[in-house]
Design a protein around this ligand. Structure first.
Ligand code: AMP
Length: 192
């Protein structure tokens, strides 16, 4: 059963590819950004705590995010398989996810890093902001989010490389091309 994490900078196509991969493998797609945006739209307590951070392009505090993911991944009936998109995003979250996985015998078996040059990321995010009106796809926030990724999330690549489950995939191309590369990379990991 696939337990995968998509680890990539904002704008790399995690959401699109995560959804496709999850559908193909018959596992749920858990995207913390989508979950948080739903909470903000519905005005829940979690949404109220998260909104200001999201608008500025900062990370939402771990306690808030852990609550969202914890129940699904490590609650009373932990999921056998999943595609996580957007969590973990800090080393603290990664350690927690690992502890959950160990406790339930369900650690990740694939971490897919989508590699896209920064100028392409910025171009995609600004286009997405214009098309879909995402509140955090603005000129100021886009750069901040790239920096937050570099500082807080990129170190996770090394964490997973050391565990032997990291695979790096070229994220430039059509949706189908990238999806095919991800599929091949995951198959190669499981064949090792
Ligand atoms: P995304 O849709 O994955 O780009 O996430 C949008 C925003 O949600 C991020 O810029 C953060 O503010 C927040 N967010 C999503 N996932 C996390 C996470 N694991 N930890 C902290 N903040 C998160």
């Amino acid at each position: 059963m696939l337990r995968a994490l998509l680890l990539a900078p904002p704008g790399a196509g995690k959401g699109t590819q995560g959804e496709l991969l999850a559908k193909e493998r018959g596992v749920p797609h858990l995207a913390t950004g989508d979950m948080l945006r739903r909470h903000v739209a519905e005005g829940t307590d979690i949404g109220k705590q998260a909104q200001a951070y999201m608008e500025k392009g900062e990370l939402v505090p771990d306690e808030v995010v852990n609550q969202l993911v914890g129940q699904a991944v490590a609650g009373d009936t932990p999921l056998d398989g999943f595609v996580l998109d957007g969590f973990p995003r800090t080393l603290e979250q990664a350690q927690l996810a690992y502890d959950w996985g160990q406790a339930n015998n369900r650690t990740f078996n694939a971490v897919v890093s989508l590699v896209v040059p920064e100028d392409e990321l910025v171009r995609r995010m600004l286009a997405r902001g214009e098309q879909h009106g995402r509140a955090d796809d603005t000129e100021e926030t886009v750069h901040r989010r790239q920096l937050v990724y570099e500082e807080s999330t990129k170190p996770l690549l090394e964490f997973y490389r050391q565990r032997g489950i990291l695979t790096e995939v070229d994220g430039v191309g059509t949706v189908d091309e990238v999806a095919a590369r991800i599929r091949a990379a995951i198959d190669a990991l499981s064949a090792d």
